[in-house]
Design a protein around this ligand. Sequence first.
Ligand SMILES: C[S@@+](CC[C@H](N)C(=O)[O-])C[C@H]1O[C@@H](n2cnc3c(N)ncnc32)[C@H](O)[C@@H]1O
Length: 271
Amino acid sequence: MATQLFEGKEHASYYQKFRFEPTQEIIDLIFSYVDERLHKPYGFAVDVGCGTGQNTRILSQHVKKVLGIDISEAQIEEAKKATGSPNVTYSVSPAEEMPVGDASVDLLTACASAHWFNIEKFLKEVDRVLKPGGCLAFFTYLTNAEVHYKDRSEQMNEVLAEVMNILAPYQSEKINNMKTAYKEMYEAIPYPDKRRIENIGTKIRVPLSSLMGVLSSLSAFQIYLRTEPEKAKEMLKTAEERFLQIMETSSTETEVEVWLQNLLLLASKPQ
Ligand SMILES: C[S@@+](CC[C@H](N)C(=O)[O-])C[C@H]1O[C@@H](n2cnc3c(N)ncnc32)[C@H](O)[C@@H]1O
């Protein structure tokens, strides 16, 4: 089952350490949409498929009370360990059956997670829990990430492409269909007030060690690791060595720039 891909404790700790926070541009787009539809202060937000809580904690700066839910106990355990905001709680729960009351939620987000859910059931559940006028924001990065370093970006991206090719057979079809899935999801949202925003580009500077961490947190890498542990470790080690060689450095703390493309769906339940 797709959800079991996130059950490993070690996998969850990689998530906590290495996953990128949502870009400020996406957070700004979400809250300017919400600002036009709801009155401040916003009372209650739910972050669905919250993983280790990167997005959940950001919401807590804008909303009085935030609940992060995820089907994976290991992910929720890690989320609870992270430096807490007093207005955030977490719960192990499926997206399709949330532990919240009818018409109680002002804002519901799903960050890099909605493509894993049973969309038909999830959207029914979203409709049950959102207040009239309440907003949803589903967003994700896409799989066409690039890595840039000085004038060596082409060589860096060749290494990245080779890694992704090796991982391709282990990639869930949910990931392969990410872009089309969000088109279908958008069409399935039953509210007339909705928006689909594509091509939100992000550039993130991280040490090479963090990029390697992100690669090891990918569900496809985790499956490869379970199937062929030695080959998987060797593949990552070789990729790191090749990156270092191209960058002409021995330090994995040298920064690279990761370019991501994101897409965002926004909608508001009719009053
Ligand atoms: C790619 S991770 C994203 C986690 C986090 N939102 C982030 O941005 O780092 C997808 C998450 O969705 C969760 N998930 C998958 N299917 C789920 C479901 N049916 N109900 C709730 N959570 C689910 C997984 O356990 C995993 O933590």
